[in-house]
Design a protein around this ligand. Structure first.
Ligand code: URA
Length: 431
């Protein structure tokens, strides 16, 4: 049997790791027998060398088989979920999950924490006072059966390998790798025991896939893996060249999600929600005007009601959701437009790094994110600005970090005298 050192060397020099070797590495690391420094080196080798299709499938299988696989096929409705490849301000799961439950689907959702410069649903759920993301699977099942939706994180029982490897990728700049993303996303989704999955493949300067070609490649890979496991899969490739919606950070995204669930949505995120929602309902075999059905569930409060029911079922204080005293930042500041012109572009990767600098993410594994940290975009790309007009509001609970985040974000924004080219929000959908 080869040592971890030899397996790293094989990958580093472009050789394949066998399914058995991948099992030894992943399970050894998850069990604590292979140290993080060797796993990090192997992840970096994968990042640069990639994996063959066979290796990718085998790696995904090892991640999946590290824990239990649920089965919701006995339910009297369709079990479906949505997953994003990650972005800045991407709070779609918090809204779309309850929305699909309000439209008659079952949604057993396993999410992850912030990854690299992108935010994570799990950190947002953890910021709700009392909310338990690490519940036992029996309770998870019961909440899905009774409420229609439960949102949890990877546990000792379910995708423990993703929990371990994910945390390491977060801080070692080894996220943007097709096989690693496949293993991470698809292990969580297949383990959920769902029948249908909608993928939001983010594309642009704030996504792990920068170009449409790369995004399409990732989408096809995830589609193939899902189909191999008998899942019905749809995907959309959507724009991540600016934060989605207005808020980026932990609690401010929960707050914006509540506004959206109460039918006050910024136009861009609403369009993404309705596009993915329609795809999910089609997978569920629903017919008719599905966009109208989704919009109605936002308008009549039934989606928000599902969210509140889920929060209560998982121990969260539903009253805290609208309490202005929850996660209040101690400090805030504003970035103003230095000159008159058009909001031309934003370096969305830097915007995500600004959230981390504010304290809203992890620089090292042991960091505890500050849920009060984040920013609100007061304008979107293409808006006209007067000199001195407020452009972004930033906040957190550490005055030094506030200045650090402000500096990064100020440099990420470009104002120009000419307007930016019109950009698509949805690049494509499948099927
Ligand atoms: N989301 C995940 O769960 N994993 C990844 O690797 C990327 C996005």
């Amino acid at each position: 049997m080869k040592s971890a050192y030899e397996l790293i060397q094989d990958k580093q020099t472009g050789k394949e790791n066998t399914p058995e070797e991948l099992k030894i590495l992943v399970n050894g690391f998850t069990a604590g027998d292979i140290p993080a420094y060797q796993m990090s080196a192997w992840l970096m080798a994968v990042y640069f060398q990639g994996m063959t299709p066979g290796e990718t499938l085998a790696y995904t299988r090892v991640m999946l088989e590290s824990g239990r696989r649920m089965d919701f096929s006995y339910l009297d409705g369709f079990a479906v979920d949505k997953h994003s490849t990650g972005g800045v301000g991407d709070k779609v799961s918090l809204i779309l999950g309850p929305l699909l439950a309000a439209c008659g689907c079952y949604v057993p959702m396993i999410s992850g924490r912030g990854l690299g410069h992108t935010g994570g649903t799990l950190d947002k759920l953890d910021s709700i006072p009392g909310y338990r993301t690490g519940i036992e699977l029996d309770e998870f099942k019961k909440i899905v059966e009774t409420v229609g939706i439960s949102m949890i994180g990877q546990t000792d029982d379910i995708c423990p390998a993703d929990r371990a490897v994910y945390a390491l990728r977060d801080v070692t700049s080894t996220v943007a790798s097709l096989p690693l993303i496949s293993g991470s996303i698809m292990s969580k989704k297949i383990a959920e025991g769902i029948s249908g999955l909608v993928l939001d493949i983010k594309c642009g300067n704030g996504a792990f896939m920068r170009t449409e070609e790369e995004a399409e490649l990732l989408a096809r890979l995830l589609l193939k893996v899902g189909q191999d496991y008998g899942l019905k899969v749809s995907f959309s490739v959507t724009d991540m060249n600016q934060p989605l919606g207005n808020a980026a950070g932990i609690w401010c995204e929960v707050r914006e999600s509540i506004d959206i669930l109460k039918n006050q949505a910024p136009a861009d995120i609403l369009e993404v929600i309705l596009t993915l929602g329609e795809q999910a309902l089609v997978l569920a075999g629903q017919e008719g005007n599905l966009r109208k059905k989704l919009s109605r569930a936002l308008q009549d409060g039934s989606a928000y009601e599902k969210f509140q029911q889920m929060v209560s079922a998982q121990g969260g204080a539903a009253a805290s959701l609208e309490n202005p005293a929850t996660n209040t930042p101690q400090y805030e500041t504003v970035i103003t437009a230095p000159v008159e012109g058009y909001f031309y572009q934003i370096d969305t990767l830097q915007a995500g790094l600004a959230v981390i600098a504010l304290g809203g993410g992890r620089k090292i594994q042991s960091d505890t994110p500050d849920p009060t940290a984040g920013f609100i975009l007061l304008h979107k790309i293409g808006d006209t600005l007067k000199a001195g007009e407020p452009l972004v509001k930033l906040f957190c609970s550490n005055s030094r970090k506030l200045e650090e985040g402000k500096l990064i974000l100020s440099r990420a924004v470009t104002i120009d005298t000419k307007p930016p080219d019109a950009r698509k929000l949805i690049y494509g959908t499948y099927p």
